[in-house]
Design a protein around this ligand. Structure first.
Ligand SMILES: Cc1cc2nc3c(=O)[nH]c(=O)nc-3n(C[C@H](O)[C@H](O)[C@H](O)COP(=O)(O)O)c2cc1C
Length: 172
């Protein structure tokens, strides 16, 4: 069995996919990894929309080139009313963080099952919300194309450009 750090190091953002569906049992496991993710006070304000019909894929590809040619694109939102709010710091709430944890669970579970993905922020959030009739109390956070990597896919030059440990971690 692969250890977690090897999986995390091996995963990279895939931007070229095979024309091959994701098996339903793999999709179920991927979504279960999302469902069990931690969220602030366990409020679970996240929602995941699965874009895989011809029409939905056409719409999202029309809004951003970063849907690539993936057979499935997940759209993540959080419900502003359900998110945890920090009573000690007005204006600070958990929605963005909760969704990020959920999306990370999906990205890594998917890779473990041989399914590639790419985290995507470069799209017009409000136009996507309108196009898919997302309820108004939900904020759209990110897209995640998912699918089998094309054999020609390779990591971008940025993939291994990590800062040094002492630049990003400080002991106080
Ligand atoms: C918050 C966030 C937003 C991103 N947005 C995009 C995007 O819009 N389009 C894209 O192609 N990649 C996007 N990426 C992928 C990053 O460019 C990529 O993760 C980074 O360069 C490291 O490469 P790696 O994932 O291959 O290790 C995003 C990643 C994150 C975490």
């Amino acid at each position: 069995m692969k250890d977690f750090l090897s999986l995390a190091e091996e995963r990279y953002s895939v931007r070229k996919y095979q024309d091959k569906a994701i098996e339903p049992e793999k999709m179920e496991k991927i979504l279960e990894a999302a469902r069990v993710a931690p969220t602030a006070a366990n409020h679970q304000p996240f929602r995941i929309y699965i874009l895989k019909s011809e029409e939905a894929l056409k719409t999202i590809r029309g809004l951003t080139p970063c849907a690539f040619n993936a057979p499935v694109v997940l759209l993540f939102t959080y419900n502003e009313e359900e998110q945890w709010k920090n009573a000690q710091e007005p204006g600070i709430a958990s929605g963005q963080q909760d969704v990020s944890i959920v999306a990370t669970h999906i990205m890594l579970e998917a890779w473990d099952l041989g399914i590639a993905s790419c985290w995507v922020n470069a799209f017009p959030n409000s136009r996507a919300a309108a196009a898919f009739q997302i309820p108004k109390q939900e904020k759209v956070v990110l897209l995640m194309p998912l699918g089998y990597a094309d054999p020609a896919a390779e990591p971008s030059v940025k993939h291994k450009q990590y800062r040094l440990m002492d630049e990003v971690v400080k002991e106080l």
